[in-house]
Ligand binder design. Structure first.
Ligand code: SAM
Length: 168
C-alpha cells in the first residue's frame, strides 16, 4: 500500500461526511494494497468500488480493470451518481484536470502526494478544497476537492444559441 496511516483518516472523514457518494473509484491500483481498504469501506457502506491500472497486480483486488486511463478516459466507469474519485496514478495533475469534469455533480475528488507530485498550482480553477485544515493538522499528503459552486454552468435551454433570433 502506498498510503500513510493518516491518509486513511482522511478517507474515513470524507466518506462519513459525504453520504451522497454512491461509489469509490481509484485511479492507480499498483499492487492493490489500498484497494482492499477502499473495497472494505465501500462494502461497509453499501456502495461500489472500482480500481484501474495499466499494469495487472500480482494478486487482483476487487473491482480491478486493466486500463490505460490517460489513453481511454471514457472507459473509466464514473457512474450517473456522485462518487469519491481517487487520483493516484502516474500523473495526478493530469487526472485532476481530466476526470472531475466527467463526474456526476456532488462527487468529491481526492489526490495523493500533495506537495511533491501534486502542487497547489496543479489544481484546476473549477475545484475548491475541502478539509484542508484537517489534512494539514494530521500531516496527510492526501487533499480533497469538490467542484466549485456554479460549475458546470447551467446548460443553455434546447434551441438557445446565445444570440437573438434573425428577423424573418
Ligand atoms: C502510486 S501508484 C498507485 C498506488 C495505489 N493507489 C496504492 O495506494 O497502493 C500509481 C499507479 O499508476 C499506474 N499508472 C501509471 N500510468 C497509468 C496509465 N496511463 N493508466 C493506468 N494506470 C497508470 C502505475 O502503473 C502505478 O501502479
Amino acid at each position: 500500500m502506498a498510503q500513510y496511516l493518516c491518509d486513511l483518516m482522511v478517507w474515513e472523514l470524507v466518506l462519513n461526511n459525504n453520504p451522497q457518494v454512491t461509489g469509490i473509484v481509484e485511479l492507480g491500483t499498483y499492487q492493490g494494497g489500498f484497494s482492499w481498504f477502499l473495497d472494505a469501506q465501500a462494502r461497509a457502506r453499501g456502495i461500489s468500488f472500482d480500481t484501474y491500472d495499466i499494469i495487472e497486480p500480482d494478486v487482483e483486488p476487487p473491482g480491478f480493470t486493466k486500463l490505460d486511463f490517460y489513453r481511454f478516459p471514457d472507459r473509466v466507469e464514473l457512474r450517473d451518481a456522485p462518487i469519491a474519485l481517487f487520483c493516484d496514478g502516474g500523473n495526478k495533475p493530469r487526472e485532476l484536470k481530466t476526470f472531475p469534469t466527467r463526474c456526476f455533480p456532488g462527487s468529491v475528488f481526492l489526490v495523493h502526494d500533495w506537495g511533491t507530485e501534486t502542487l497547489e498550482t496543479d489544481v484546476p480553477d473549477f475545484l475548491e478544497e475541502l478539509y484542508g485544515d484537517f489534512c494539514d493538522s494530521i500531516g496527510s499528503v492526501t487533499r480533497v476537492f469538490k467542484m466549485k459552486e456554479g460549475y458546470p454552468p447551467e446548460p443553455a435551454p434546447p434551441g438557445f444559441s446565445g444570440s437573438p433570433p434573425e428577423p424573418s
